[in-house]
Design a protein around this ligand. Structure first.
Ligand code: GTP
Length: 256
């Protein structure tokens, strides 16, 4: 059967013949509706995506960032939270991953309680604590304002930073609380607690990945677009994975 590659993009591409960059594959996972699409879109497109539909399969976004003079490409795999939209694709998600972002919604404890299942799924695909893992509580703009110290008071119906921090430590993750909706610089403090910007989260991730000394596993070029889009761009795009397997290529570095 021929590959059924569907690809549409909204990249703005500035070619840069001499630039070399490392590419890191990051999968973004968590329950449906926690804001995976909004977070990745916010980082890549710089704005809040007002209307979203449940992701089917995977959406694919990329952003080229610069960390201490080195260009790094973050390839974000925004995966479907709903089981029925994941199914046959799951194996592809977990191949050659450099980092995992576990997302929950700070206003939905059920999405926090769902995290062990996502960790277990990662473990089944051999992604353990040796992989860079960030825990991201999203929708902090919706956190109830409370004059009390949010680290010690459990706000009914919400996941406190303290709970999340304990979970993060127990699972070798770094915790961020953020909002895909908040305006940059608007509301750094939410409910008396600290709120990270979406940019902070992804730049911290890029920094962390940059420091990786050993070459990460190669990124599978499922889309066939990585090579052709190596350059200076950020963008957002969706694709369906090919129906048949593509040969793996080493995209540890690319010459644009
Ligand atoms: N207030 C607020 N709403 C948000 C935020 N992030 C996402 N949302 C809303 O939450 C809903 C779900 O967001 P999505 O980004 O589609 O969630 P998802 O995790 O990608 O969902 P699936 O694709 O089903 O896995 C949408 O209505 C968004 O507008 C946020 O930071 N703050």
């Amino acid at each position: 059967m021929e590959s059924s590659l569907e690809f549409s993009n909204s990249f703005t591409s500035v070619s840069s013949p001499s630039a070399r960059c490392r590419i890191f594959k990051i999968i973004v996972i968590g329950d449906s509706g926690v804001g995976k699409t909004c977070l990745t879109y916010r980082f890549c497109a710089g704005e809040f995506l007002d209307r979203t539909e449940a992701t089917i399969g995977v959406d694919f976004r990329e952003s080229l960032v610069e960390v201490e003079g080195e260009k790094i490409k973050l390839q974000l795999w925004d995966t479907a939270g709903q089981e029925r939209f994941r199914k046959s694709m799951v194996q592809q998600y977990y191949r050659n991953v450099h980092a995992v972002l576990f997302i929950y919604d700070v206003t939905r404890p059920d999405s926090f309680r769902g995290l062990p299942a996502w960790i277990e799924e990662c473990r089944r695909y051999s992604l353990g604590q040796e992989i860079t893992r960030f825990l991201v509580g999203n929708k902090s703009d919706l956190r109830d304002t409370c004059s009390c110290d949010p680290r010690s008071i459990k706000v009914e119906g919400q996941v406190t930073r303290d709970q999340a921090q304990k979970f993060a430590v127990a699972h070798g993750m770094i915790l961020f609380e953020t909002s895909a909706k908040s305006l940059p610089g608007g509301g750094g403090e939410s409910g008396g607690g600290h709120q990270d910007s979406v940019e902070d989260v992804f730049m911290a991730l890029a920094s962390r990945l940059k420091r990786q000394t050993r070459p990460p596993p190669p990124v599978l070029n499922n889309t066939g677009v990585s090579g052709s889009y190596c350059g200076s761009y950020t963008g957002t795009s969706s694709f369906r994975l090919p129906a048949k397997k593509n040969p793996q290529k080493d995209f540890w570095t690319c010459t644009c």
